[in-house]
Design a protein around this ligand. Structure first.
Ligand SMILES: [Zn+2]
Length: 84
C-alpha cells in the first residue's frame, strides 16, 4: 500500500507577507545562471509575468508599432492581410 502524502503547497510570494494561499502555479526565473522556480498562486504568477519576461519559448519581443505619417484616420490597410 502506498501512503498518500498530502503536501499542500503555499504561495511563496504570499508567504512572505504571512499569508497562506494555496499554490497552483509555478513561477520560473533565472537565478545565478540557472532556472529556478517557486510555488505561487495564480494571482502572483500573473503579477510576476507583467513585471518580468516569462521564460517560455512562445514569448516573443514586442514589435514596435508602425507610426503612419499621414494623419488620415479610419483608412488603415494592413500589409499582410491576405484574406480570401
Ligand atoms: Zn500569491
Amino acid at each position: 500500500m502506498v501512503t498518500e502524502v498530502f503536501t499542500r503547497k503555499y504561495c511563496d510570494p504570499h508567504a512572505v507577507r504571512d499569508e497562506k494561499v494555496e499554490a497552483t502555479e509555478v513561477i520560473q526565473f533565472a537565478w545565478d545562471g540557472t532556472v529556478r522556480e517557486v510555488d505561487s498562486c495564480e494571482e502572483c504568477k500573473k503579477e510576476y509575468e507583467t513585471q518580468f519576461e516569462p521564460l517560455v519559448d512562445y514569448s516573443r519581443p514586442v514589435k514596435k508599432r508602425r507610426v503612419t505619417k499621414k494623419t488620415e484616420d479610419s483608412a488603415a490597410s494592413g500589409d499582410e492581410s491576405a484574406e480570401g
